[in-house]
Ligand binder design. Structure first.
Ligand code: AMP
Ligand code: MG
Length: 338
């Protein structure tokens, strides 16, 4: 049973597809779960094998969304960030109990076994058509009380066809109330739905061409991108103002709605072999593109989502309002020579 806000966007053709409707309902339910956890007194955080944090909300959000996808699209593989192997160890039984309790607040009849099964539904392999999910992108932001995103995308033949990104802590563009869901459908546009009143507002990138007018956006975490490349680029473009910093893929959505204009992410030399995860970018890419912006790798090529769970051939990503894309790519090529 998915949690449904009384959205007022029903007349919009772009979100009438079954895929979009299910994805919006699932992300909305997961957003409610995440806020429920965030507003609780204290919530447990675990450390994964790679030392990154994961919370009961990450697992709960993945359970809710995978459950919905497995029922609506049983043939479609889902490639999601989390897996339940840690949760079935006896010492984590209390944590599993807390995750199940959170999911049960939205889906009362679900059992603990069904929660584990739903989380592991997200451990499939890619296929010509698949879904990719980051149940909480920016977990560090979620824990800190900053921005985070629930990012779901449908990929067909290596190209993102649908992106739904829930940002429960982001102010809406219309009235500033907290909580929006961005929805982009390939060839049909993009908009944000307010989580407080269900209104749908189409969005688009800024049309600025003067680099000095552009707002740059970057990760809060300084190790997620090579800032030495960015520093040289700033000089070349004559930027003196400080960038906006934000956790998660919400950065792409900020570009899509004209709150920022340029986002550069370059793998640090020490993380070059790590590579970016598909779920960290898929929803964001289509949201920027459908808003009139551009996203590419550092050679100007589209990101390739057909290679597995990683963007395995990628060394960096540039997203912006489209107007200065080529100019910035040429500057990056110059910087990379040294
Ligand atoms: P952001 O807040 O945009 O930096 O994105 C958070 C995402 O960064 C997480 O989901 C991680 O998968 C990813 N991440 C973690 N470490 C690195 C790294 N060294 N380089 C690039 N991305 C990373
Ligand atoms: Mg992530």
């Amino acid at each position: 049973m998915l949690f449904l806000y009384t959205f007022t966007h029903n007349s919009l053709a772009m979100i009438q597809d079954k895929e979009a409707k299910i994805a919006i309902a699932a992300v909305t339910t997961a957003a409610k779960l995440c806020q429920q956890v965030r507003h609780s007194q204290a919530f447990p955080t675990l450390q994964k094998a790679d030392t990154s944090p994961v919370t009961i909300a990450d697992f709960g959000a993945q359970a809710v969304i995978c459950q919905a996808l497995s029922e609506a699209f049983p043939q479609d593989p889902v490639i999601a960030e989390e897996d339940a192997s840690i949760l079935i160890q006896p010492e984590f039984s209390a944590i599993l109990g807390q995750i199940t309790a959170q999911v049960q607040q939205l889906t009362p009849q679900i059992s603990q076994e069904a929660v584990i099964q739903a989380i592991n539904w997200g451990n499939a392999q890619i296929a010509p058509r698949y879904w990719t999910l980051d149940p909480i992108d920016g977990t560090k932001g979620f824990i800190r009380g900053d921005q985070y995103a629930i990012a779901l995308a449908l990929v067909e033949n290596g190209t993102v066809k649908l992106g739904v990104m829930g940002c429960p802590a982001l102010p809406s563009i219309t009235d500033g109330t907290l909580g929006v869901i961005f929805v982009a459908v390939r060839g049909q546009g993009v908009g944000e739905i307010s989580l407080s009143n269900g209104e749908f507002t189409p969005i688009q990138v800024n049309a600025f061409s003067d680099p000095k007018q552009l707002v740059r956006i970057e990760s809060v975490e300084s190790t997620h991108s090579d800032r030495s490349v960015q520093a040289i680029l700033d000089q070349m473009l004559g930027w003196t103002q400080l960038p906006t910093s934000m956790d998660s893929q919400a950065k792409y959505s900020e570009i899509a709605r004209g709150k920022a204009d340029l986002y550069l992410r370059v793998l640090l030399p020490q993380f070059k072999t790590k590579k970016e995860n598909i779920w960290d970018h898929a929803a964001g890419v289509i949201i920027v593109e459908e808003a009139g912006g551009k996203v590419s790798d550092l050679d100007g090529k589209p990101l390739d989502f057909s290679l597995g769970s990683k963007l395995s051939e990628n060394r960096g990503i540039l997203a912006n309002n489209g107007i200065i894309h080529q100019q910035v790519l040429e500057m990056i090529a110059e910087i990379e020579k040294y």
